[in-house]
Write a protein that binds this ligand. Structure first.
Ligand code: ITT
Length: 200
């Protein structure tokens, strides 16, 4: 069985990719970066989601000698020209402070009318092999930004993004409902044929 390493310490992402690979009939053993604690975190110095996902996947593939999968994602707001984008996790200055990031964004958009509040979550998912072979695919979830948060599921900007065709925010969807339509779900599912092709 081929072992695949996923460049994240987020157990939710490991579970999600595991389910997607299993649904597709692939039986690769999937391990998180936590299984290799000596490997340092990679600096995300790219300026696109795809560049950052590839940076992380290559670093892990080189360090472990295993095929590696990495993703990078964020929220892109149309009226802000795609920001926060790759800065989504540290929009308010502190990496991973979801509440501060969300509140800052809501304040910045406070006088923006409903019809101009379009935004999307974007995710790039990359596969890199130890020999340098690489592939990257992308997924998006389009929606509208609410004026106030609603819902307690998920993380990050989930409480303010209402997907197109939905009456609830992402944070009001169950994890299964979100995975079915999410940027990350789409990107990981698009990666399945790539895994099949390169790791047959
Ligand atoms: P890694 O350890 O895997 O890198 P991370 O928390 O840095 O995880 P991501 O690169 O996946 O996260 O996402 C960057 C930020 O984009 C994240 O902190 C959120 O603010 C936002 N984001 C990404 N996907 C999201 C989602 O599905 N729902 C809500 N916010 C999301």
């Amino acid at each position: 069985m081929t072992r695949l390493i996923l460049a994240t310490r987020n157990p939710g992402k490991i579970t999600e990719l595991h389910a997607i690979l299993a649904d597709a009939g692939l039986s690769h053993e999937l391990v998180g970066a936590d299984a290799y604690p000596d490997i340092p975190d990679v600096k995300e110095t790219g300026v696109t989601f795809a560049e950052n996902a590839l940076l992380k996947a290559h670093a892990l593939a080189q360090a472990t000698g295993l095929p590696a999968v990495a993703d990078d994602s964020g929220l892109c707001v149309d009226v802000l020209g795609g920001a926060p984008g790759i800065f989504s996790a540290r929009w308010s200055g502190t990496h991973g402070d979801d509440t501060a990031n969300l509140e800052l964004l809501l304040a910045q958009l406070s006088d923006i009318a409903e019809e101009h509040r379009a935004a999307h979550f974007a995710c790039a998912a990359a596969l890199a092999l130890p020999d340098g072979t690489e592939r990257v695919v992308e997924g998006r979830l389009r929606g509208t930004l609410r004026h106030a948060p609603a819902g307690t599921n998920g993380f990050g900007y989930d409480p303010i993004l209402q997907p197109d065709g939905e009456t609830r925010t992402c944070a009001q969807l169950s994890p299964e409902e979100k995975n079915a339509i999410s940027h990350r779900g789409k990107a990981f599912r698009a990666l399945v044929p790539v895994v099949r092709e390169l790791l047959a």
